[in-house]
Each structure stands twice: as C-alpha cells, then as structure tokens.
Design a protein around this ligand. Structure first.
Ligand code: CTP
Ligand code: MG
Length: 227
C-alpha cells in the first residue's frame, strides 16, 4: 500500500470568472492561481504525490509551473474533461490502484490550510469512507423559482456548505467514480450515492472558492493576512 495521493483539479474553463485564460492561470499575488494550492500540497507532510488535472492546451504551462516551484511530488499532469467529475476520473487514472487514500482538491480554492488536510485524512482513520471539510450554513435557505416565488424554506439546522480537499479511501472513490454517469459537483456526493459513509469535519473560511473576480479579490486579501 502506498500513502495519500492528491488529485488537484484545475481543468475548469472559469466561465463565471470570465478571463481570457482558464481560472487556474488568473493572477493571484503576482503568480498563476494554481501555484498557491500546488505549493501547499507539496508542503503537506500528509501528501505523498500529486496529480494535476490541467485545462486542455495548458498541460505544458502546468508542468513548467510545477518545475519552477520545485514541486517534486507532482507525478503526473493530465488533461481534464468536460465536467468536474470527468476531470477527477482522469486524474484518478494516474493514481496507483493501491493508494490507500485519495484527496481531491479544487485549484479554485487556493488557500489550503495544512490543518484541513490533516483533519480530512485523520477522519478516514476513524473508519469513514470519505471526509469533507464543511462550514455550518449561517442563514436560513430559500428555494425559489425563476419568477422569485419561494417554493421552500430550509432551516439551517444540520446544514453545511461543503469545501475541498475531500479525502477518500482510495478503493471507495475509485469504485464510485467508475460509473460514468456519476456527475455530482463534488466527489463526496458520488461516494455517498454509491453507499459510502462520508463525514463532515471542520472546514475553514480561507477555503473560499474563486468563482468570480470579486472572490479573487477576497482571496488576495486573505492571502496577504496569511503570510
Ligand atoms: N474543474 C475541472 N474540470 C472541469 C470543471 C471544473 O477540473 N471540467 C475544476 C476547476 O478547475 C475548479 C474546480 O473544479 O478548480 C471547481 O470548479 P468551478 O469552480 O466550477 O470552476 P470552473 O468550472 O472553471 O468555473 P465555471 O463553472 O465558472 O466555468
Ligand atoms: Mg464549473
């Protein structure tokens, strides 16, 4: 058995972000955004190897960036697919069958705190098939139609907003993702649907996802406070 392998998914187009390049190459602190999570995975004592899933035609810049950063744990760089789940599947194909644990992380969440990696991996030691960092939802949620009419009110009790990195028993993630139809927006959803036992662990506010340009500004601010 080998240890913990990370799959860093960076292959999205970043349509809501709306730049002239994939979101993973937007500038954060003067560097491509991808540099931040890559460096942090590289530095994590829990991570043995990293597979980066790159946007089509951006494989070369990803490899160059990893070299520049001295990210020696980067073992493979593969081209992503149309949907996030497809990209995860392609990354997973580069992870050895006997990897005990696979950690999947969004490059779009650049500010990865070391302790979150520890928390999700440690939860697997407690017997869970998967672990998700999550934050309690502070607001009551409303479901509404396109006309604005509220159709449902969801009390916030027991509700969490899921983040990444998500850690899984390698074999469980592989089995769940083997079904090509599995297309949840997060891997935990796929493992849950396959009957896996997934838990939430304490997430972190710094793990905000860069979706729009405004999110990037927030991450810039958090980054300057983080250093
Ligand atoms: N991702 C991926 N392959 C895809 C879609 C998404 O690897 N086909 C990755 C993104 O690069 C990102 C993470 O999954 O790190 C979360 O996706 P999201 O924030 O939705 O990013 P994008 O899909 O790039 O953005 P958008 O949906 O606005 O196009
Ligand atoms: Mg997307």
């Amino acid at each position: 058995m080998t240890g913990v392998w990370a799959v860093l998914v960076a292959a999205g187009r970043g349509e809501r972000f709306g730049a002239d390049r994939p979101k993973a190459f937007a500038k954060l602190g003067g560097r491509p955004l991808l540099a931040e999570p890559l460096e942090r995975l590289e530095a994590s004592e829990w991570i043995e190897a990293v597979v980066v899933v790159a946007p089509p035609d951006w494989e070369e810049p990803v490899i160059l960036l990893a070299e520049e950063l001295g990210a020696g744990k980067v073992t493979a760089c593969v081209t992503g697919g149309d949907r996030r789940a497809d990209s995860v599947r392609r990354g997973l194909a580069e992870v050895p069958e006997d990897a005990a644990v696979v950690l999947v992380h969004d490059a779009a969440r650049p500010l990865l705190p070391a302790e979150v990696v520890e928390r999700v991996v440690a939860a697997l030691g407690d017997g869970w098939d998967g672990a998700v960092p999550a934050l309690p939802v502070p607001d009551t949620l409303k479901r509404a139609g396109t006309d604005g009419a509220v159709t449902e009110t969801v009390e916030r009790e027991n509700l969490y907003a899921a983040q990444t990195p998500q850690a899984f028993v390698g074999s469980k993630l592989r089995e769940a993702m083997a079904d090509e139809r599995a297309n949840a927006s997060d891997c935990a959803g796929v493992v849950e649907a396959a009957g896996g036992r997934v838990c939430v662990v304490e997430g972190d506010r710094r793990l905000v996802k860069v979706t729009t340009a405004a999110d990037l500004e927030l991450v810039e601010l958090l980054l300057s406070g983080d250093r």
